[in-house]
Design a binder for this molecule. Sequence first.
Ligand SMILES: [Zn+2]
Length: 286
Amino acid sequence: MSFLDLSMKNKLKIGLSVLLALLAVAGSVGLWAWQNHSHLRLTEGKLQLHFIDVGQGDAALLVLPTGERIMIDTGTEESGEAILAHLAKWDVKALDLVILSHNHDDHAGGLAVLSDAIAIGGVLYAGEAPKNCNLDLREVQAGDAFTIGDVHFAVLGPLTDEESENRSMILRVDYGERSFLFTGDAEEEEEVMLVEQMSDYLNVDLLKVAHHGSAYSSAELFLQAVSPDIAVISASADNNFGHPAPTTVEKLKSMGAMVYRTDRQGTLVFLCDGHTLTRYRSAWKI
Ligand SMILES: [Zn+2]
């Protein structure tokens, strides 16, 4: 992954030392700065997973313990400004990498807005490449894997070249003892293929539920193989598709998963130190 700008990795620490210096010099001004940036201190050394509320779409930000910033999907074009505002609040001024699950507007639509505003090191995609994109594009396929710092990424799907409406990259992320599965808009057909061919890799702690919790995804067989403790559904509160389907939410709950929804809870942030996985300051508003 030579195109990754690994010089980014110390940025978080540099930001913190500047803040500490500011605190030492200026009392009340320093306190204000501390309160507004306290997430830098609380999250240092942890893997951050942000499921950004982009309405009807997907956009997740991963900030690695070594400082690299990666987005998995970029929401809609309309949500681009909201994503930028979220990134700014978390002091993310550039992205080392964007990974697109597939090329639909509600997953790749925000890419142009982001790339107009901030530097992006490169884009990984599977299947159809994003259009009119001048960024460093790399196609990946099932079986590809890479490691950044201590975080491992494995592409589990798609497992077929056949054109299918919502065929998506399936990405597993591992940090320490914890694991996360990103499924884009995969539907039942793709999920069943994963169970048949990738069953050893599906069991994870946190699942980004496929296709906004659609009734045509989250097959029983697939959910049993994944067996998530935490399930995250990204959808808007009043979408026309009936997402998430009540049956999907029920299935997840009956398997013992804690279900989190951006349509109900807004942007969700989780922190992982490699052992524990916690939801970041749920009362904290961004
Ligand atoms: Zn979608």
